[in-house]
Design a binder for this molecule. Sequence first.
Ligand code: UT7
Length: 339
Amino acid sequence: MAETSITLGGVALVGCGSATPAQRISNDQLGQRVDTNDSWIRSRTGISARHVIGPDETLTGLSHQAAANALRMAGWESESIDLILLATSTPDDLFGSAPQLQAILGAQKAVAFDLTAACSGFLFALVTAAQFLRTGAMRRALVIGADQLSRWVDWDDRRSCVLFGDGAGAVALEATSPDQNGLLGFQLKSDGSRGDCLNLPQVQNYLSLVAGNSHQQGGFKPIQMNGQEVYKFAVREVPTILQSLLKATNTKPESLDWLLLHQANQRILDAVADRFAIPQAKVLSNLAEYGNTSAATIPLMLDEAVQDERIKPGQLIASSGFGAGLSWGAALIRWQGPA
Ligand code: UT7
């Protein structure tokens, strides 16, 4: 049988945007709720504050703001979008929030769906969207990472509540010629056997349905996390996958302009940077202000650094996401920006 080969096009990141809730909770304020303090939180995590969705805000609303900002930067009309991929583990609607987002944006032509991979969600969604574009099936995609973990945190559990916040970030991704490709390589991993280190499990609530039969009423427990195990997982797997990606793409650490990691803990960022001898000045961090916003951290950080012109068109970014699943991944990205 004759061998068939597919010629892949490229993808370019041509716009980004972000949004965070108005409510800002400082470490000192959290100390009024649980037995913790600013000095412990800052020295162990690098976090000083987090933003928490209020009663008048929704995940779909935050995602809309982030997506609209990305559209504006890219200079796109919403009718021109083919795909909306919303990476979230905390949708407003368990059936998916992406179709609501599509409606609010007025992106009638776009197919819209959610993708769940916890804190790795944005990276997984970026790579997924790129496949539709690189094969020529679609031309324009909006990839959003958004989470509202505040709704699922046990605010009386000091071992986890200090870490998390809410937010949304978005990227506009466009099909290009192969020589303009901005997703230079990626690797994605899952290990469900270690999933109990970090999860948001269902409550066991069996109710009688009809005589002799029962059903489980839906509902979830708060986030459960073994912090030390997740920490060990991150500092082992993130350098390994980045190393493997750099090797596969023949990239030297010194040629990277930026290291853009999932914002979970400053100590994790520092440990990964040390491993590759990447200077602190090249390690992007906004943990102090937002904490861990799950699927939102990478596009939120990207947008901040593009807006303040730290990240410039043509620069090379190594990114890695990791978290519940367990799931983790890495991507080598060249930021293009708007035409
Ligand atoms: O997207 C992925 C999401 N998850 C993560 O990224 C989690 C990764 N893990 C971590 O970031 C760290 O493990 C934590 C920040 C969660 C914890 O830091 P740690 O250095 O591993 O602390 P620990 O769990 O070993 O706890 C040390 C001490 C304990 O007290 P004792 O037993 O030594 O007396 C804790 O009870 O710190 C205590 N502690 C706290 N004290 C004040 C734990 N949480 C707090 C707190 N405030 N919030």
